[in-house]
Design a protein around this ligand. Sequence first.
Ligand SMILES: *Cc1c(COP(=O)(O)O)cnc(C)c1O
Length: 337
Amino acid sequence: MRSEITIDVGAVRRNARTLLGALEGAELWAVVKANGYGHGAADCARAAIEGGATALCVATLAEALELRATLPEPRILVMGPVDDVGRARDARLELVVGDEIPEGLPVHVKIDTGMGRWGVSELASPARNVVGVMTHLATADSDPDFARTQLARFREATAHLDLVRHAANSAAALRIPESRFDAARCGIALYGLSPFGGDPADDGLEPALSWRSEIALTRLLPVGESTGYGRRFVAGRDTWIGIVPVGYADGFRRDLTEARVLVDGEPRRVVGVVSMDALAVELDRDVARGTPVTLVGDGVRLEEHAAVAGTINYELATRIEADPTRARRVVIDSEGA
Ligand SMILES: *Cc1c(COP(=O)(O)O)cnc(C)c1O
């Protein structure tokens, strides 16, 4: 296989426990939309529940139905719009809605306090099947003051209601105590990724995903010769490079030039632009074909790659999807459960 993506569900379980500890009594609801941020929704959902999560959240009806097929028990909330309420009811799902409240299944009404997307501005007297009221924060990771403004609006809009209230995402759950209410909807932190783009260890989190490949070929680029499309890397002196059979079609973005990876445990830089199926790393000597390469993991953090590519770890994680024709996906459990 060209590369191997390993998901440690033990890390997901520990992250769930860490989040629960931070929540000081509020429930943890595990957000496993987008195939568990690319980590595998069902595996991560199961681990999160073992770690203490009491509900699962997804974005679409299709995601919820797929999850329900393997997990008959847990509460599942669909946070995005749903066009087939009958199917949601049959699958015992809970919906997040705005001003139109469907009947016959539990719903959570979304109050827009400043995200400027879905949601209503107030909720006068809710119908009987309204079980919860929620809001979503736009700036919990970047502007806690505005997040607190949203939380104050939410508190005011819901003070007269005797319903479960939930507002926090990962960033708020970790850093804004007054966001916690009755439950927090945590995604990114569950996977051991930092909602702040820094080191997840700062919040006691452990990355669950690692991604490894190997050197498929080495060559000595003579001075003045280049590697890759567009000749973006031209050797300033005779330079050993290694070719790794992973490219942007595998989820290793085209703009990860200069990203740090490990070759046999030693830090090396990606050189040139990443191709669809391959990337090049600069070496300091020739190495054997098959020498291990760590693209993510063993201290190489997705947050670093995100900074190089000018994006966020969320986007990178959701793009590293194990296509079985290109990569092997392995699930391990470091807790041995
Ligand atoms: C995705 C999502 C979350 C989870 O956010 P993280 O930053 O990944 O914790 C929470 N609530 C809603 C409504 C979401 O769409």
